[in-house]
Design a protein around this ligand. Structure first.
Ligand code: PLP
Length: 378
């Protein structure tokens, strides 16, 4: 089946008791057992819940994987994956990742005796140099947040798999509509479903999709043991949203392309980063591993922080807020907002300039969005 059809039907069937076309919200913490240990597949909702399971199966189908798990947040999914590692293990992480992922690996995971190396995985040869005999996991985000750098998933997996190292890809920015990391060899795909997958800025959630049963079972064991699972009603909301993922992603991309082109030709902008522009340094890789370029744009205004601040205060339709991937357009300043937890020297090395602004382009009418940006430059 094609993506749009899977998005609406995978993991779901009309309720056998009532015929309800939408999967019911099973608000039950526990389930009656016929005899001790004899039940209908559910015993306690932290372990498994029918509504959450429908979402998990839906997400697995969209990523082209076999097993899905839904989490309370993207960070809960990341934390659960990090617990595959034990003291003495080594983790290699791409250097430009969501600030909360950096904080988790740098401030918490390291304290548990796990060795972490942050490295620019866009540079050929860097991964091989960073690997150690104790490396167990390579973590990458592509496109990265906020610099929209791309990492070659296939090439990364080839190098890591030769040494039996797992590769996890945070696919939040592209969603499975535009990128399917499992197809390029990734072992684990993870998401902040808070973003494009849910798409309506009304919940916080996360997901993991895998192909391998043993790996899925380990992750499910961790999820159940640590209680990182998604609440039932929120699971239902994400499933409601994935039904429109394809149409939303197409609309995000169409608007983002127009806005990226507008910014690129604007005299007050010094740089625009969008994987769909030919000027993106990895445009060829974008063409290879993605089927579209998404709704995220990063650009640098001339004049640094004072100009960026004034611009951010003047926008009217773009809302000045953290997060991304909702139907409404958002704008933010990574150095002060989402990436404040990244030390200033690391931000500088990554190019997270004080004039850098990140847009999450929504699906409003693009002419209104263009007019809003133009007036904010004034
Ligand atoms: N991964 C990426 C790429 C993100 O942008 C975010 C949040 O912004 C996360 C993970 C963390 O997700 P959550 O906020 O749902 O915990």
């Amino acid at each position: 089946m094609e993506f749009e059809t899977l998005a609406i039907h995978a993991g779901q069937k009309p309720d056998p008791t009532t015929g309800a076309i939408m999967t019911p919200v099973y608000l039950s913490s526990t389930y009656v057992q016929e005899s001790p240990g004899k039940h209908k597949g559910y015993d306690y909702s932290r372990t498994s819940n029918p509504t959450r399971q429908a979402l998990e199966n839906n997400l697995a189908a969209l990523e082209g994987g076999k097993f899905g798990l839904a989490f309370a947040s993207g960070c809960a999914a990341t934390t659960t994956i990090a617990h595959l590692l034990k003291s003495g293990d080594h983790l290699v992480c791409s250097d430009d990742v969501y600030g909360g992922t950096f904080r988790l690996f740098d401030k918490i995971i390291k304290n548990n005796g796990i060795d972490v190396t942050f490295v620019d995985l866009t540079v050929e040869g860097n991964l091989a140099k960073a690997l150690k005999p104790t490396t167990k996991l390579v973590w990458l985000e592509t496109p990265s947040n906020p610099m929209l750098k791309l990492v070659d998933i296939e090439a990364t997996c080839k190098i890591a798999h030769e040494k039996k190292i797992l590769v996890a890809v945070d696919n939040t920015f592209m969603s499975p509509y535009f990128q399917k990391p499992l197809r390029w060899g990734a072992d684990i795909v993870c998401h902040s479903t808070t973003k494009f997958l849910n798409g309506h800025s009304d919940l916080v959630g996360g997901a993991i999709v895998t192909q391998d049963k043993a790996l899925h079972e380990k992750l499910h064991f961790l999820q159940n043991s640590m209680g990182t699972q998604q609440a039932t009603f929120d699971s239902w909301l994400v499933m409601r949203s994935t039904k429109t993922l394809a149409v939303r992603m197409r609309a995000h991309q169409e608007n983002a392309m127009r806005i990226a082109q507008f910014l690129e030709s604007h005299s007050k902008v010094s740089k625009v980063i969008y994987p769909g522009l030919r000027s993106h340094p990895q445009y060829a890789l974008a063409q290879k591993q993605m089927t579209g370029f998404g709704g995220m744009i990063t650009f640098i205004v001339k004049g640094g922080l004072p100009v960026a601040r004034s611009f951010l205060e003047k926008v009217k339709i773009f809302a000045l807020a953290e997060s991304l991937g909702g139907v409404e357009s958002l704008i933010e300043h990574p150095a002060i907002m989402t990436h404040a937890s990244v030390p200033p020297e690391n931000r500088k090395a990554l190019g997270i300039d004080d004039g850098l602004i990140r847009l999450s382009v929504g699906i409003e009418n693009v002419n209104d969005l263009l007019a809003d940006l133009e007036q904010a430059f004034g």
